[in-house]
Design a protein around this ligand. Sequence first.
Ligand SMILES: Cc1ncc(COP(=O)(O)O)c(C=O)c1O
Length: 414
Amino acid sequence: MDCSVRARIRNPCRPASHLAGDGRRRLAAYRLSSRPVALAAAAAAETKTGPSGASFIRHHLKSLAPYQPILPFEVLSAKLGRKPEDIIKLDANENPYGPPPEVANALGNLKFPYVYPDPESRHLRAALADDSGLESEYILAGCGADELIDLIMRCVLEPGDKIVDCPPTFTMYEFDASVNGALVIKVPRHPDFSLDVAQIIKVIEQEKPKCIFLTSPNNPDGSVINDDDLLKILDLPILVVLDEAYIEFSSLQTRMSWVKKHDNLIVLRTFSKRAGLAGLRVGYGAFPLSIIEYIWRAKQPYNVSVAAEVSACAALQNPTYLERVKNLLVQERERLYNLLNEVPFLKPFPSHSNFILCEVTSGKDAKKIKEDLAKMGVMIRHYDRKEMKGYIRISVGKPEHTDALMKGLKALQL
Ligand SMILES: Cc1ncc(COP(=O)(O)O)c(C=O)c1O
């Protein structure tokens, strides 16, 4: 390997860092949290004969780092001594307006919850074709975009294959790569969080990775990828997975239709942010026909539940609501940005998404800010991983959430 390459390759057999990307990331790791490990150790001590259960686990998974579980809402509420409705959740980029009323109606009227769902999510894919303008044969739905990230990796990566990751970004790419036994080549972003395209090109030429994950708008900073940069990368012999989980909050059009022209492009989207359905778990992807055929073969047949499909279809029946909520969040993002800009110890970054990243300045401690705000019932996200140490991320909420946050931040200045 060329050591001049400013990229780092992470071996999945070495312990991962402990940063949780967001709520989902930490939740995914819950199964690996210390409690089950402690129970397993106790059980192993009692078993005197035969191999230990851990000996059956795949080698590369044994060194996956345990993650801190995210606290479920009720547990958080008990911990903070506040009712769940009195907690302002600005830590996981959820949509506080929730889905349109059609969703609750549809869920209340489920006729056949005892029958397995349609493995092809036909109703949903037809509705998505109407919504996006891309024919349904290019579209496949999943249990959140998260499932599709893992599914793509399972279909594409042989153990030992390489992927390119551009941190800071959504940490599920790195996590899923580790689970799938792949190597992660990191091409860090520039200080303004834009992609280092020259370095990406160099790494692709030298290391021959199989795929690259790009996020537009990017989580955690909200920057977007322009057409020129994307086209340059698409010209290379690599599969490009473009994650558009937050695209609705930007002024960009989705690139879903590009999959018709580019056989090496997959575009991922979700109902979690735009439609306020994070708890129901619905995501979808646009795939070239030459790829989607294999994704269909590998996916779990019932990956989208009846409740999830019905909810997503119901949400799409009310585009006026979806548009109104998006506009409210975009408007509030601008107000929040201006207010954060006035806080003497924060430097906010302009965002095209439903969150704002801030650098914590003036010697203040990001973790302490998060903890102090939590005591006031306002949850935000802080980072302690090396490249993001000293940053916090705040999801855009309703105007009253911004007001409560600002009151809390003001109290911290005194
Ligand atoms: C960039 C990005 N992609 C995908 C997801 C996951 O989306 P879903 O809820 O559909 O699994 C998230 C969630 O926070 C995200 O930040």
